[in-house]
Each structure stands twice: as structure tokens, then as C-alpha cells.
Design a protein around this ligand. Structure first.
Ligand code: C2E
Ligand code: MG
Ligand code: MG
Ligand code: MG
Length: 287
């Protein structure tokens, strides 16, 4: 290959880089095998009604039970899964698993809840996405109204013009669409006009200091009022303190998700929480 005279035209491959890319390469291969080897697991974190504290929903959050590294958080492998395209089969696995779980809970008489799952940009960009989702729902005989898909502002930024149609087609299946981590991305308000979300999730960074920052309180109050006007449900993420809950209750925030009630937990633990919901459903006998 021709070499131009600029000194930086060749990338120098340092031992440190070699190590990093080898690590990445290894992780990538492990990730590929992990689906087949059944190393992924969904944890569930309850969403509760802010007034009654009853569980009304759950978010499914992926974990990788790595054979040597232990439990890996999504931050440690989702970016790689996105880069390599593995997020597409992985995302399908998540949807399949959620549907099986919803069916199982229904079968075992647990109170009905909406289960939400996270979609990444590449997944949403798939041509046949809506058909895939519809056929997975059909396969498991799960109603679209039982699930919610969470998307982020960065997904919207990275998307092409057909996102509106795709979201509308998913909504036509009964599926709810939530905007996740609201307030952390760009020009959030214009999105609210363009996309008709069912749910808005206030990012944890706003909730963190809601009890100490009057500015944040004002912002959250405003977003909640706006959401009410636009007939969107509001969920506050990352609620850890009673003080935060009290403020959110006063502001008429619909639902709360956070360590105050529960961390994301394996399905068995989650079922104990769900069984205790105590609204007369038969599942309480399961605890
Ligand atoms: P997210 O969708 O915003 O999920 C909420 C995250 O906040 C979860 O982190 C949850 O454990 C954490 N969280 C909830 N309540 C609290 C709290 O009170 N305090 C604190 N400190 N944290 C709280 P997690 O499970 O590590 O997931 C991180 C991110 O990974 C998710 O953020 C989501 O963007 C992504 N992710 C998780 N599962 C999937 C998946 O199946 N597919 C895709 N594409 N992304 C996923
Ligand atoms: Mg989410
Ligand atoms: Mg979030
Ligand atoms: Mg987040």
C-alpha cells in the first residue's frame, strides 16, 4: 500500500492496544456463544403505583452470567453487542423470554402487570422488526397490551424517517411505548410532539437530588404536568429515599421504580414481591 508522507498515516499498534483488542475479541466470541449456552438471564425490577405502592409493572433488565467473570451488568456487554450486531438476536431472546414469563405468570395466577423491555437502536432499525415482534407475541399467545418497549432519545437520534410508522405499528399491536432516561438527551420537547409515547420515564439523574434541589423539583413538576396534559404516564426512575417518594407523590407522578422498593432481582425473588401484592389475587398462596 502506498504510504503518504504524513507521519501519522500508519496506526501504531501498541502492546496496550493489542491487549485491549484481544480482550474485546475474546469477549465478542464469548458473547456469541453465550446465547447458545444460555448464559443470559433477565432480572425484574418492580414499578409501583406511587400512591398505593402496589406493583403495577416491571422492567426486564438483562444480566450475563459469565462462566468465569460472574454476573456482568449490561454496561459491560450491551455496547459490544451493539457494535457487533449481536444485539439483534439478543434482543429477540429478551422478547421471547419476557413473553414466556408473562405467559407463565398468567398461567400461575399472578396479578397482571405490564412488563417493559429495552430496545436498542440497531434492533429498532431492523426491517422486519414489527413482523418479528408480532410473530413472537403470537407464538407465545401474549397480548401486546402486556408489554411495553422502552426506547431512548439516542435511539431516536440514530434512526431514519420510518420510526414514527414503526412505533405506530407496534402500538397497533397494543404495545406501549416508553421514552426512557427522559431529560438526558437532546431537544426532548420536540420528540413529544412527533412521537406519541404512552409513558415517559424521568431519568435517575433528576430524581437523585430532587429533595435537595429546588431547580430539579421545578423541572420535574413541569415535566409531570406536561405529561398529564399529553396523557402520558410518568414513571420516576432511581427512587431510593422516602423523601423522594413523598415529593413525587405530591407532584402526582404515577409510578416509581427504584431501590427504595427493590433492586432488579431474579425471577424467583420478583415473584415473592408480586405474590405479596395482596389485592386478593390467588398468587399470594405461592409465597
Ligand atoms: P435503563 O433502561 O435506564 O434501566 C434502569 C437502570 O437503572 C437499571 O440498571 C437499574 O438497575 C438501575 N436502577 C434502578 N433503580 C435504581 C436506583 O434506585 N438506584 C440506582 N443507582 N440505580 C437504579 P441496569 O440493570 O444496570 O441496566 C443499565 C442499562 O442497560 C439500562 O438502563 C438499559 O439501557 C440497558 N439494558 C438493560 N437490559 C437491556 C436489554 O435487555 N436490552 C438493551 N438493549 N438494553 C438493556
Ligand atoms: Mg429502561
Ligand atoms: Mg432508564
Ligand atoms: Mg438508563
Amino acid at each position: 500500500a502506498a504510504k503518504n508522507s504524513k507521519s501519522n498515516s500508519y496506526q501504531v499498534f501498541t502492546p496496550a492496544m493489542e491487549k485491549t483488542s484481544f480482550k474485546q475479541f475474546t469477549l465478542q466470541n464469548e458473547l456469541r456463544k453465550a446465547i447458545v449456552n444460555n448464559e443470559f438471564e433477565l432480572y425484574y425490577q418492580p414499578k409501583v403505583n406511587s400512591k398505593t405502592r402496589q406493583i403495577v409493572g416491571a422492567e426486564a433488565l438483562i444480566r450475563w452470567n459469565h462462566p468465569t467473570k460472574g454476573i456482568l451488568s449490561p454496561f459491560e456487554f450491551i455496547p459490544l453487542a451493539e457494535e457487533t450486531g449481536l444485539i439483534v438476536p439478543l434482543g429477540e431472546w429478551v422478547l421471547q423470554t419476557v413473553c414466556k414469563q408473562v405467559k407463565m405468570w398468567e398461567h400461575n395466577g399472578f396479578p397482571p402487570i405490564i412488563v417493559s423491555l429495552n430496545f436498542s437502536a440497531l434492533q429498532m432499525l431492523q426491517k422486519g422488526l414489527v413482523d418479528t415482534v408480532a410473530s413472537i407475541l403470537r407464538e407465545h399467545q401474549v397480548k401486546g397490551t402486556s408489554i411495553e418497549i422502552e426506547i431512548t432519545e439516542s435511539l431516536i437520534l440514530n434512526h431514519d424517517s420510518d420510526l414514527v410508522e414503526k412505533l405506530e405499528a407496534l402500538k397497533a399491536l397494543g404495545i406501549h411505548i416508553a421514552i426512557d432516561d427522559f431529560g438526558t438527551g437532546y431537544s426532548s420537547l420536540s420528540y413529544l410532539r412527533k412521537y406519541k409515547f404512552n409513558t415517559i420515564k424521568l431519568d435517575r439523574s433528576f430524581i437523585n437530588d430532587i429533595h435537595t434541589s429546588l431547580d430539579n423539583q421545578a423541572i420535574i413538576q413541569f415535566v409531570i404536568q406536561l405529561s398529564n396534559q399529553l396523557k402520558m404516564k410518568v414513571v420516576a426512575e432511581g427512587v431510593e429515599l422516602e423523601e423522594q417518594l413523598a415529593l413525587l407523590q405530591q407532584m402526582n407522578c404515577d409510578e416509581i421504580q427504584g431501590y427504595l422498593f427493590s433492586k432488579p432481582t431474579p425471577v424467583g425473588e420478583f415473584e415473592k414481591l408480586l405474590g405479596k401484592r395482596g389485592d386478593g389475587s390467588c398468587a399470594s398462596t405461592k409465597v
